[in-house]
Design a protein around this ligand. Structure first.
Ligand code: PRX
Length: 663
């Protein structure tokens, strides 16, 4: 059956549980017959039997995969152990492996050294192709560069780079010698870099002179210079010459990438590392002002990234996989580097903006590289829709066989457009739910096996056991919303928050004892399909990126003219959510100039992605009698909604009335 024939299934009544769900989506798209016939999992029965096998004996399931899928310098002795006290899992203890070896040498050992690993295209149109052999040599060279500047196992290397091949090369070079990378998205501010560098005690900074963005140069080195002035632990900065921008080089601290690489040997054997050796830290927003350094370790993460990649993208050797995420986010870590490369895949990597030189750029790339598997974010899909079908229609997209989304829920309209316009009604769509913390995809259709419903991430991967619970930790019924938890450990799970294990326990393990608390609301329907219903905490999802309201508020109150600030999300056509802030000022004039100044201030403190769309000035903020800002009210005001909720605890009715008058 073709995917263009939606089969209706009864959607059932959605009961009003803890959280009401307003979504009724009852279209069902079975995998196309020819896709299923060639898929590694071909039917719901295939999926169910693998899921059941994993659930029945998770230790045996993961142990078997780990033996088959990773290279072991020394075999592991125990599959899994759980520490009740710290709530930290230990996977594959006693074993020694290396993620860079798994991603490079293992493929070469298996005779795939001449296979293309990375098909790279720069924004200006320059290109590079790296085979697994070539990538391995580059990684070795850079690993030697790192060693040459004193990087040792356990040292943290901070990476603030454009999407050039040197970025994954640097990540893998760290992995090769047991150094820990902390990649910081190249849109973050100097303040944000310095905060992360200081928290991680980074020893070395990697950056470039600049990055291309819509034909203009972003001056990365300038931002890094400002950050390093406040990052006392960083001893060395290595600078890639990407755009030919003149930059200041600080004597003794700064070195050109090219100069160091030129002198380095391309021979560097991978260090055999204990399974639980830290692989990377990746900072993400939580519900306090301080970003959390999510820690992932070597063997479990690498195995989970690889297997989830193979299952979800039904990977075949001849596929050309394109994940459009930046390596600054977890999606870039798991599905541009560690998952696909461990699976010996050929990956497209693109440096620049989707609308440069015009809005057809992505489709030009799909056609040029004959991309088979395309993985992007709903916010991008909404932008494509807005830009118009004519850009899509200019290119032959018939190489595509599978589409994916990640980062936020996809609204059914965008799903249908993606299905029709990009997938020509032939490609399954995998809506993948996961998080920085989970290391890899947790719930997603397996495309040959699981029929899709627009807007649902469908079913858990083998080995993943979701449970939806109420605030007392009791499981809720079908179609009743509740907190999404994961009941059993999985190899890709985070191992902690860097420098803050108390916060780790409190955020993820204490509210629902014995289960991982994801921080999302969700429900499952009568077919056992999961639907994500948004965050339970003060975390916004702006264009698929996590932002903490408190981080934005802290940035605002650090401005001398701001007395108090509250940030909330409001619905936005393209971004999903936009940042709206309410500000009371000190003795300053609340005018347009101040509005711009505050936007720039947030940009400077956090980065462009956090810049508020709306700033409203107010004499005071609505608070409860205990002094808590009533965000729910502000959210409704920001969205232009009627205030219908309970306002009996509101301390100052006048504040609310004044805010509404502003509408
Ligand atoms: O709220 C969920 C949303 O993004 C959060 C995780 O964000 P981050 O750690 O930045 O990782 C994004 C890339 C994996 C989740 O808690 N989210 C992610 N994917 C989906 C989603 N919400 C709905 N559907 C999804 N497919």
């Amino acid at each position: 059956m073709s995917t263009s024939d939606p089969t209706s299934v009864a959607s059932g009544q959605i009961a009003s549980g803890n959280i009401d769900s307003v979504m009724h989506e009852n279209r069902l798209f079975p995998p196309p017959a020819d896709f299923a016939a060639n898929a590694c999992l071909k039917s719901m029965e295939d999926y169910q039997s693998m899921w059941d096998e994993a659930a029945a004996d998770p230790q045996a399931f993961w142990a078997d995969l780990a033996k088959k899928e990773l290279h072991w310098f020394e075999p592991f002795k125990e599959t899994f152990a759980w520490n009740e006290e710290s709530c930290v899992a230990e996977w594959f203890s006693g074993g020694k492996t290396n993620a860079a070896y798994n991603c490079l040498d293992r493929n070469i050992d298996q005779g795939h050294g001449d296979r293309t690993a990375i098909l790279w295209e720069g924004e200006p149109g320059d290109t590079r192709t790296l085979t697994y052999n070539q990538l391995q040599k580059e990684v070795c060279r850079f690993a030697n560069v790192l060693k040459g500047v004193g990087v040792e196992q356990g040292d943290v290397v901070s990476i603030y780079m454009p999407m050039t091949p040197e970025l994954p090369i640097a990540m893998l070079a760290c992995a090769r010698i047991g150094a820990i990378h902390s990649v910081i998205f190249a849109g973050f501010s100097a303040e944000a870099i310095a905060d992360r560098n200081n928290d991680a005690k980074a020893k070395v900074q990697l950056t470039s002179d600049g990055a291309w963005r819509r034909g203009k140069v972003l001056k990365l080195k300038e931002t890094v210079d400002e950050a390093l002035a406040k990052s006392p632990t960083v001893e060395t900065c290595i600078v890639l010459n990407r755009v030919g921008e003149e930059v200041e080089m600080q004597e003794g601290r700064d070195h050109w990438w090219g100069d160091l690489v030129e002198k380095a040997s391309d021979d560097c054997s991978a260090t055999p590392l204990d399974s639980e050796t830290p692989l990377f830290i990746l900072y993400t927003s939580g519900s306090t002002g301080k970003p959390k350094g999510i820690l992932h370790t070597t063997a479990g993460y690498n195995l989970f990234a690889k297997k989830s990649f193979q299952w979800v993208f039904d990977h075949k050797a001849e596929d050309v996989f394109w994940c459009t995420a930046d390596c600054g986010w977890v999606t870039g870590h798991s599905y541009l580097v560690y998952g696909p490369l461990a699976a010996g895949a050929t990956c497209v990597m693109y440096e620049g903006a989707p609308n440069f030189p015009d809005e057809a750029r992505f489709w030009e790339i799909v056609e040029k590289y004959q991309v088979t598997t395309f993985y992007t974010a709903p916010t991008a899909i909404r932008a494509f829709i807005k830009w118009g079908d004519e850009h899509v229609e200019k290119h032959d997209l018939s190489s595509l066989r599978l589409l994916g989304t990640v980062g936020e829920g996809i609204n059914p309209e965008a799903w249908m457009w993606y299905h029709k316009k990009i997938g020509n009604q032939q490609c399954p769509i995998v809506d993948t739910w996961w998080q920085t913390e989970t290391g890899g995809i947790m719930m997603s259709p397996l495309p040959g096996a699981i029929p899709t419903k627009p807007g649902s991430c469908t079913k858990p991967l083998p080995g993943i056991i979701p449970k939806i619970v109420d605030e007392s930790g009791n499981e809720v019924d079908e179609n009743q919303g509740g907190w999404l938890t994961i009941a059993e450990p999985w190899p890709g799970m985070l191992r902690g928050i860097w420098n803050d294990m108390d916060r780790y326990k409190e955020v993820y393990w204490e509210k629902v004892p014995g289960k991982y608390l994801a921080g999302d609301n969700a429900r499952y329907d009568e077919d056992g399909y999961y639907w994500i219903m948004g965050r339970i905490d003060d975390v916004l999802n702006v264009s698929g990126h996590r932002l903490s309201t408190i981080e934005i508020e802290s940035a605002l109150v650090s401005h001398p003219k701001v007395a108090e600030a509250a940030a909330v999300g409001r619905p936005h056509d393209l971004k999903g959510e936009a940042v709206a802030v309410f500000v009371s000022v000190t003795d300053a004039e609340p005018n347009e100039a101040l509005r711009d100044e505050l936007k720039q201030h947030v940009r400077k403190e956090i980065g462009a992605l956090a810049q508020p769309d709306d700033i409203r000035f107010t004499a005071s903020l609505p608070k409860t009698r205990s002094g808590k800002i009533m965000r729910r009210l502000l959210k409704d005001i920001a969205a232009g909604k009627e205030i219908v909720g309970d306002t009996t605890t509101l301390e100052d009715y006048e504040a609310l009335a004044k805010l509404r008058d502003e509408d």
